[in-house]
Design a protein around this ligand. Structure first.
Ligand SMILES: *Cc1c(COP(=O)(O)O)cnc(C)c1O
Length: 492
């Protein structure tokens, strides 16, 4: 033994840790000061601004070879990155569908990275936080404690996980072992013509093909026509297909329409299909004291996708998939790997969380939800959801009361579809006009809206998922749209 002992080789060992920890402490304090000020003064800045060419060109640098002090890197971030955000933390950002973040969540992301835990699983505190957040999600939407769930990168992956379990349960064969080609009767999934594009990606990824997802017509409120759905299922059955899964919208992406969840749950039970609810927008209305009845029936879903980075305002990214049948969830993803065996004690003596989804390594995204919910309490998040719905109703009333503005869809929750219509213009001209108004609002840094097309009619779309928005902001939006619209029409 002794003669084999060798002294360590004489090399210079390196590490990414700083030489001077005090120096990093000083810089880190400054980062925190600047970051908090950034958020505190967000209202004073433009929602969005185009990057000057000089700034843009600095992102074409080759791979850095030479080191530079952290202080210099931070200066570059302050000059070139922080002033040009997407803008969704601003009180007048209402495009697509996002949350507006929160300072506690940002601190949590920092601490999660400092602790560095990997949520593939294991016996450690981060895993317990993760499990607790999933349990809280179940409680918020009325799922039983026996349900299973996992935090994901967002709603798209949460939906993919739910639809994967649906496919596997309804395939009638061991689809994991044999593949989709061995399924006897081709599976059919159903959603309304308003479902989010991630469902198309999901059925394509699942090997079912886009055509396996039938889009069912919607009524005047953009909710699925349950009668037409029932007919489509019967037709498919007669043709030898296997109706497998109904995808319900609890808040559609275009207009916020909430399908009749009770009717769909009854139909799914009658037809023996899976019921998956896409609640990325609306599932959390279940915690809103004045509006929760809008999503009654949510708890009857077999699986449910929700998005804490939307109406819980967790900084990106965090989504969640819940599955009522815990065994079916695990059976869809569990694997036995010789390098990931559990032990009776120690770090590997807990369930492997990677057995609940696609990722092996996962970030400690639970902490930002956990900390903000403990700080504010669930009731406040519920009241903020009610507040956004009230603001959207206010905007809808303003639109209806303002000459040259028209509402383009019923406002059921927090999404308002409308347009500037001075009369006498055809559809193409209205699209050009409204697109120009939208772009000018962005470029002037006043507000960020997006647009969509409903039954062939183009419109502006404001999705108010923002705890910083005030009634004043909504009123300013209306005034600024009318001003720009009138100006553009006058200029024609
Ligand atoms: C946002 C959204 C998704 C996708 O979720 P991500 O978090 O962006 O991946 C799916 N469905 C609906 C209805 C959404 O609003």
């Amino acid at each position: 033994m002794d003669e084999k002992r060798q002294s360590a080789p004489v090399v210079v060992e390196e590490t990414l840790d700083p030489d001077d920890w005090l120096d990093v402490t000083r810089l880190a304090h400054r980062v925190v000061d600047d970051a908090v000020a950034h958020l505190r003064h967000v209202r004073q800045r433009p929602v969005w601004q185009e990057m000057p060419r000089g700034v843009r060109s600095r992102f074409n640098e080759p791979l850095p070879r030479d080191p530079q002090p952290l202080e210099a890197v931070l200066r570059t971030v302050a000059a070139d990155v922080m002033p040009y955000p997407m803008g969704n933390v601003h009180p007048r950002f209402w495009a697509w569908y996002m949350g507006s973040g929160n300072v506690t969540g940002a601190l949590a992301d920092f601490l999660a990275a400092i602790q560095g835990s990997n949520l593939g699983g294991g016996n450690h505190a981060a895993a317990l936080v993760d499990r607790q957040v999933v349990d809280w999600c179940k409680e918020m939407v009325g799922f039983p404690t026996t349900a299973s769930g996992t935090l994901t990168s967002g709603g798209s992956v949460a939906n993919l996980i739910g639809l994967t379990v649906a496919r596997n349960v309804k395939a009638g064969i061991d689809v994991r072992g044999l593949g989709v080609a061995a399924i006897e009767k081709p599976l059919r999934f159903y959603g309304s013509d308003q479902i989010h594009s991630c469902h198309r990606k999901a059925v394509e990824t699942l090997g079912l093909g886009n055509r396996a997802l039938r889009r069912i017509i919607t009524d005047a409120d953009f909710c699925i026509d349950v009668f037409a759905l029932r007919k489509a299922i019967a037709e498919d059955r007669a043709k030898g297909f296997q109706p497998a899964c109904i995808i319900a919208n609890a808040g559609s992406v275009n207009t916020g329409a909430i399908d009749d969840l009770e009717a769909l749950a009854a139909l799914a039970a009658e037809e023996g299909t899976w019921l998956h609810v896409d609640g990325c927008i609306g599932a959390l209305i279940a915690i809103a004291p004045r509006n929760r009845s809008l999503v009654a029936g949510l708890e009857r879903a077999d699986s449910l996708a929700l998005d804490p980075h939307k109406w819980l305002h967790a900084p990106f990214d965090v989504g969640c998939c819940l599955v009522k049948d815990a065994a079916a969830h695990r059976d869809s993803f569990a694997t036995i790997s010789e390098y990931l065996e559990s032990t009776s004690r120690g770090l590997a003596s807990a369930e492997w969380l990677h057995e609940l989804g696609l990722q092996t390594s996962r970030s400690f995204r639970a902490l930002k939800v956990w900390m903000a919910m403990k700080e504010h309490g669930v009731d406040k998040f519920g009241r903020l959801i009610d507040q956004n719905i009230d603001q959207a109703r206010h905007l809808s009333l303003l639109v209806e009361a303002t000459p040259n503005l028209s509402l383009m869809a019923p406002t059921s929750i927090n999404i308002v579809c409308f347009r500037f219509d001075p009369g006498g213009l055809d559809e193409a001209a209205l699209k050009t006009l409204n697109t120009e108004i939208m772009l000018r609002l962005q470029e002037d840094g006043v507000a960020v809206l997006s647009d969509t097309t409903l039954r062939g009619r183009h419109c502006l779309r404001a999705a108010i998922c923002n705890h910083r928005t005030r009634y004043d902001d909504v009123e300013l939006l209306v005034a600024e749209i009318v001003r720009r619209g009138n100006l553009l029409v006058g200029m024609r």
